[in-house]
Design a protein around this ligand. Structure first.
Ligand SMILES: *[C@@H]1O[C@H](CO)[C@@H](O)[C@H](O)[C@H]1NC(C)=O
Ligand SMILES: *[C@@H]1O[C@H](CO)[C@@H](O)[C@H](O)[C@H]1NC(C)=O
Length: 289
């Protein structure tokens, strides 16, 4: 970079800096929160309810799961495509639950919508985990999906259902779903006790599956997961994360033992700082006693 363009760059950065500061002062974070919760409605898959606010979105993917004789209607589409990737969907659900636990009291009228968004995720994960010994890890063939950009209401791409089971395990996706169910059970504890209990029991069952049959879904579902949501750093961090949320939901001391034994064994623990986004260990550290 030459001297002149350097100066132009410096001037530009000052300008941008000024603009950013002005913008920050006029940002309405309440509106940002409202819209980010509304965004979940745009990502909804399945049969949409009467109170759907983003009403240009219609029912879609009503036969999901039929290829394996299961009802997998519902859940969320990922990003701008029509695949239901349960690994990131579960992490999103967990963080939504955590946000409600921490900040729900300040959400005002959005709390109700945040709870609906959470339940849209957990209702779906109850379907994905309805058969013991297996977990539905994903719906939609990502290769077929990515070569054809269609809206979900019209899509004619392959809706393959991918599962992990005892012979082809997937500890990261299963433990992540267990975390989502456990965290959500805490949210619903004083709102819908029965639902909360269903979530908690299911979380325990799914965590046990994830922990007893350890392996990466990378290998088990192959091209369904990779190169889209490959598990780059192993599944131990999700086991720690799942155990930590399950402990928080159940307060069963043995579960904490599981978590922390896993924590100290976890080779990913060394990535605690350097790999904060991929790694759930760092996040777990934030709320464990
Ligand atoms: C277990 O999962 C693998 C990988 O998804 C699948 O090919 C296999 O059919 C499953 N086995 C059973 C018994 O469902
Ligand atoms: C998953 O696959 C990716 C890409 O091939 C690889 O880098 C990663 O190590 C694999 N992860 C596990 C846990 O096997």
């Amino acid at each position: 970079m030459g001297g002149k363009s350097m100066m132009n760059m410096a001037a530009l950065m000052v300008l941008l800096g000024v603009t950013a500061v002005t913008a920050a002062m006029s940002n309405d974070y309440g509106d940002a929160l409202t819209k980010s919760i509304l965004f979940f409605e745009g990502q909804r898959s399945g049969k949409l309810p009467a109170n759907q606010r983003m009403n240009w979105r219609k029912d879609s993917a009503l036969r999901d799961g039929s290829d394996i004789g299961m009802n997998m209607v519902g859940g969320y589409y990922d990003a701008g495509d029509n695949v239901k990737f349960h690994f990131p969907m579960a992490f999103t659900t967990t963080l939504l639950a955590w946000s409600i636990l921490e900040f729900g009291d300040s959400m005002g009228a959005d709390l109700e919508h945040a709870l609906e968004a959470l339940r849209w995720g957990t209702d779906y994960f109850l379907k994905a985990t309805s058969k013991p010994g297996m977990v539905v890890a994903q719906v939609g063939d990502p290769i077929s999906d990515h070569i054809c950009w269609e809206r979900p209401e019209d899509m004619d791409t392959l809706r393959t259902t991918y599962v992990v089971n005892q012979t082809h395990p997937g500890s990261e996706v299963s433990a992540e779903i267990a975390a989502a169910l456990a965290a959500s059970s805490i949210v619903f504890n004083n709102k819908d006790r029965k639902y909360s209990m269903v979530l908690r029991l299911r979380a325990a069952q799914v965590f046990e599956f994830a922990n007893n049959y350890q392996g990466s879904y990378n290998a088990s579902i192959g091209r369904g997961a990779c190169p889209f949501y490959c598990d780059f750093n192993g599944y131990h961090d999700e086991l720690v994360w799942g155990a930590a949320w399950l402990y928080k939901a159940t307060r069963v001391p043995q579960v904490l033992g599981l978590c922390c034994e896993e924590y100290s064994n976890s080779r990913e623990a060394v990535f605690l700082i350097s790999d904060g986004i991929q790694n759930r260990v760092g996040l777990t550290y934030l709320f464990l006693p």
